[in-house]
Write a protein that binds this ligand. Structure first.
Ligand SMILES: [Zn+2]
Length: 341
């Protein structure tokens, strides 16, 4: 099969297009999927550069849509020809974390494109429990753009932050995957949303997907702007880390929640502990979510209440360019690699 394979860690140049890479083997409980589309996530960059637990060679791509090509003898729910998506993460299904709906804490939690091969390929194989029907209202590109970021944002805003009507939510990076999903979900839950962007051309797009206020963080002082708009915020969705944590602590209201979901600017952030105890701020880490949460958020996607936001659709051979584009944040929404017909 054709696949983009990482044989060694490094920059975008280590993404090698291989024309005749070995086809995946199909076990008795596995589903072989002919990939139609894969969405990029920031995780792809980290895996490419090297993360603990990554075994090389590795095929990236955690968000996958496609058509079932073959199923193992023990597979009951799917047959060749079914249009499906692959869950961007799945647990063992039997441990205490999996059984209590906290699958992403499972010690065997597996993410395609990270722990096992993912979607930058013509074929990908995953256990039946990781396969879900593709929402019929979506194209393959749209379906691939949704799972990881909408699941993560749903888990953060609905489950962890328990956002209520009328609350104020700050979302850093409106054009990122977590940005486009968090803005929409926070709005759907009745919150007021302040979003930041780093480029002027993204301002209008952030308003279009529902932000009530958009701050151009390179030109405006985010902290004083938020104080002017709302006094403060109840929840911050932070995927940035070092650059934004000190600001989060300043703008959070009493009893506010800082939801940390990444560290694109660097992992070591300065924390003025006085803000944390004096305002009784909760700092909550978020990582993916459960299958149940994914199924819940997909219903809103299916009904059009939440919408996929696609920046661009490229092809497998454009993987290097796609990574460079994402590293420069030159996107608003998801970058997709489409495969085959
Ligand atoms: Zn488990």
């Amino acid at each position: 099969m054709r696949a983009v394979v990482v044989f060694e860690h490094g920059g975008p140049e280590v993404l090698s297009l291989v024309e005749d890479y070995r086809d995946p083997e199909v076990g008795p409980r596995d589903v072989l999927v002919e990939v139609r589309a894969t969405a990029l996530n920031h995780l792809d960059i980290w895996v490419r550069e090297g993360l603990p637990g990554v075994v090389l060679p590795r095929i990236l791509g955690s968000d996958i849509s496609g058509v079932v090509k073959e199923v193992g003898v023990g597979v009951e729910r799917f047959k060749p020809g079914d249009e499906v998506i692959v869950a961007p993460g799945y647990g063992c299904g039997v441990c205490e974390f999996c059984l209590s709906g906290r699958e992403s804490l499972c010690s065997e939690y597996t993410m395609p494109g990270y722990h096992v091969d993912g979607g930058y390929a013509e074929l990908t194989v995953h256990p039946e429990r990781a396969i879900l029907p593709k929402p019929s209202s979506l194209t393959f590109e749209e379906a691939a753009s949704v799972p990881l970021v909408f699941l993560t944002s749903w888990h953060m805003l609905r489950t962890l932050a328990d956002v209520r009507e009328g609350q104020w939510v700050l979302v850093w990076g409106a054009g990122s995957g977590v940005g486009i999903s968090s803005i929409q979900i926070a709005k759907m839950l009745g919150a007021n949303v302040i979003a930041t962007v780093g480029d002027d051309w993204k301002i209008e797009k952030a308003y279009e997907i529902g932000a009530d206020h958009v701050i151009q963080r390179r030109r405006e002082d985010v902290v004083s702007k938020i104080r002017e708009i709302a006094g403060g915020v109840d929840v911050v969705i932070d995927s940035v880390g070092r650059d934004t944590w000190p600001k989060d602590l300043k703008v959070l209201r009493k009893g506010g929640k800082l939801i940390s979901v990444g560290a694109t600017s660097g992992p070591e952030a300065e924390v003025d502990v006085r803000y944390v105890f004096a305002k009784q701020i909760s700092i909550i880490g978020a990582y993916m979510g459960s299958r149940a949460e994914l199924m819940e958020v997909l219903k809103f996607i299916e009904r059009g209440k939440l919408k996929p936001v696609i920046d661009s659709v490229l092809e497998l051979e454009d993987a290097k360019f796609a990574h460079e584009k994402m590293e420069r944040s030159e996107m608003f929404g998801k970058i997709i690699l489409a495969t085959g017909d």
